[in-house]
Design a protein around this ligand. Structure first.
Ligand code: HEM
Length: 143
């Protein structure tokens, strides 16, 4: 059996931040700038405008989400899949646009070492949302 090399309690590695340079302040800057871009995007802006009344609350939720993922803070308790499944007007290609803005913002805010950690998670989650929203066993994938 392989033992953890440090004396840390079992399970604590799973709760460790993805990288020591990640901070709540970095996450807030990333999330705020990212949604600034989304709100200027011709395709994405109307989808968000139809759903989000309180942008400060949305940004707080997304900061909790990214804090939970990258700092393992446990601050996010939502279930994002059903929220996306009921969105009107989203097409599979919107995810590439969403990811394009996310990659650009992460590289700008987080630097070369940390940005890929955020981007990799965003890509995986985007793929899972896309599958949940659009995958049909009787049709070819990707759609
Ligand atoms: C085409 C791509 C996407 C669109 C159009 C989109 C749109 C939206 C909208 C409109 C909301 C607000 C819903 C509401 O307040 O009622 C929302 C919430 C959210 N989105 Fe997305 N989203 C996209 C992709 C993603 C991806 C890839 C992630 C994660 C990496 C993500 C994470 C979240 C989270 C965590 C929430 C909050 C859910 C909650 O209320 O707990 N979204 N999204």
């Amino acid at each position: 059996m392989t033992e953890p090399s440090s004396s840390a309690p079992a399970g604590s590695l799973l709760r460790a931040p993805l990288h020591p340079a990640i901070t709540e302040a970095m996450i807030r800057t990333l999330v705020t700038r990212f949604y600034g871009r989304v709100r200027e995007d011709r395709e994405l802006a109307p989808i968000f405008a139809a759903e989000v009344d309180d942008w400060d609350a949305h940004i707080d939720t997304l900061c909790d989400f990214w804090s939970s993922i990258t700092l393992k803070s446990g601050r996010y308790h939502g279930r994002p899949m059903p929220v996306h499944a009921r969105l009107a007007g989203v097409r599979p290609e919107h995810f590439e646009t969403w990811l394009g803005h996310f990659r650009d913002t992460a590289r700008e805010v987080c630097g070369d070492v940390v940005a890929p950690l955020f981007i990799e998670r965003a890509e995986r989650i985007a793929e899972s949302f896309k599958l949940g929203m659009f995958y049909r066993p009787d049709r070819p994938w990707p759609g």
